[in-house]
Design a protein around this ligand. Structure first.
Ligand SMILES: Cc1cc2nc3c(=O)[nH]c(=O)nc-3n(C[C@H](O)[C@H](O)[C@H](O)COP(=O)(O)OP(=O)(O)OC[C@H]3O[C@@H](n4cnc5c(N)ncnc54)[C@H](O)[C@@H]3O)c2cc1C
Ligand code: SF4
Length: 346
């Protein structure tokens, strides 16, 4: 199985326990198939890169951007592949695939916005192998970052070296540190739902609010991670929605990829919004908590036009980069349709 996986990655690498051709011309990473979480965390602690579905890491390996010396594959860890129902909510194992998430009867019933986000991401073939953990930890889709030898702030250069031209996956907010938007479709909706991440490392278990996985503004250097690069995300914990909560997600795509997303969870009484948590995807180097939109929505009657106006208020907080008008339109159009596909609002 591992040899097939390696072939899909396009890498010709030595695999422990399997005969495999080794190139003499390039230093390929050493592979380890973890048989336990303890082994995986130990290898990650020693510097191995973690691979789950391999969609994102595989692409980066093909471009050989800072190829790691070794890789630990966690796909065999059955305990990370489960949806565990608990009294206070559900624990989503980080090896659950986007397809499994989109089709899970439990997620469809209790967290329809999350099921929609998983079902809209990428393509059916990608969703089949891409995992929750890999989706949250994927790198921005900036070729400057992903191509060998090019300087980039996220990989250690002092500043962003993108040429500044507008791209569909570019950021609208907080562009000084990094002009590329975070690409995860799951992160905005999970943050809007108040998810917590559980991660294991050699020093034990940490639980953090999911937004802590992403670096604070203006310090986006390095891999997004909550504590140390050796952490392995094991599960994402979601509480059952409170009575009166309305959750929603909708997105617009450019080609195969979601490039603008609106996610939220609002508390409603007598159709009036009492509290709101709105997170936009595809607009900033990290999932963007839309505080201006939240302030605009609280006290309003919940309806698609109110949500569109709230997103419009968020867009007004920063000057739009030249060429980004289509993304602003996409966000407002996603806001108009998000409630119709969410819970409880017709
Ligand atoms: C054509 C195409 C379209 C796409 N469109 C979208 C889209 O619309 N929306 C979207 O969100 N994404 C999109 N993607 C990206 C895709 O969803 C991600 O590449 C995928 O989810 C990554 O998951 P993976 O399991 O393959 O991660 P991997 O490639 O295995 O890993 C990715 C990164 O996460 C780290 N990692 C993985 N698991 C863990 C863990 N448990 N703990 C700690 N670190 C971990 C790895 O070390 C690596 O750095 C698209 C990709 C393609 C190819
Ligand atoms: S800092 Fe961001 S936009 Fe700039 S080169 Fe790196 S990934 Fe690209």
């Amino acid at each position: 199985m591992l040899a097939r996986f390696v072939k899909r990655l396009g890498a010709n690498v030595p695999v422990h326990g399997e005969a495999h051709a080794v190139s003499r011309t390039r230093a390929y990473p050493e592979w380890h198939l973890a048989s336990s979480l303890a082994e995986a965390t130990w290898r990650a602690f020693q510097g191995a890169a973690v691979v789950a579905g391999g969609v994102d890491l595989g692409e980066r390996l093909r471009l050989v951007r800072r190829a790691p010396r070794s890789i630990v594959c966690i796909r065999g860890l059955a305990e990370l592949r489960r949806l565990d129902v608990r009294t206070d909510g559900v624990c989503i194992g980080t090896l659950v695939t986007l397809q499994e998430l989109a089709q899970s009867p439990l997620v469809l019933e209790r967290f329809p916005a999350l099921a929609r986000a998983a079902g809209l991401a990428a393509t059916p073939a990608v969703r089949e192998v891409a995992t929750v953990g890999g989706n949250l930890m994927q790198y921005p889709r900036c070729w400057q970052l992903r191509t060998e030898g090019r300087p980039c702030r996220r990989s250690g250069a002092g500043r962003c070296h993108s040429d500044g031209s507008w791209r569909a996956d570019g950021a609208l907010f907080d562009r000084r540190a990094c002009a590329s938007a975070h690409p995860s479709s799951l992160a905005p909706v999970l943050i809007a739902l108040g998810a917590r991440a559980e991660a294991h490392s050699v020093s034990g278990l940490v639980r953090v609010p999911l937004d802590r996985l992403y670096p604070p503004r203006r310090s986006s250097a390095g891999r997004p991670v909550c504590t140390t690069p050796a952490d392995i995300l094991t599960c994402i914990h979601l509480r059952w929605p409170a009575p009166g909560a309305v959750t929603f997600f909708d997105a617009r795509r450019t080609g195969d990829t979601v490039t603008a997303a609106v996610a939220g969870s609002v508390q409603v009484r007598d159709q009036v919004v009492e509290a709101a948590r709105i997170v936009l995807g595809g607009v900033a180097p990290s999932p963007w908590r839309a505080r201006a939109a939240e302030a605009r929505l609280v006290g309003a009657r919940l309806c698609p036009a109110a949500l569109r106006d709230a997103v419009h208020a968020e867009l007004a907080i920063a000057p739009a980069p030249a060429g980004s008008a289509a993304k602003a339109r996409d966000l407002q159009s996603a806001a108009l349709t998000a409630l119709r596909v969410g819970e409880g609002v017709s």
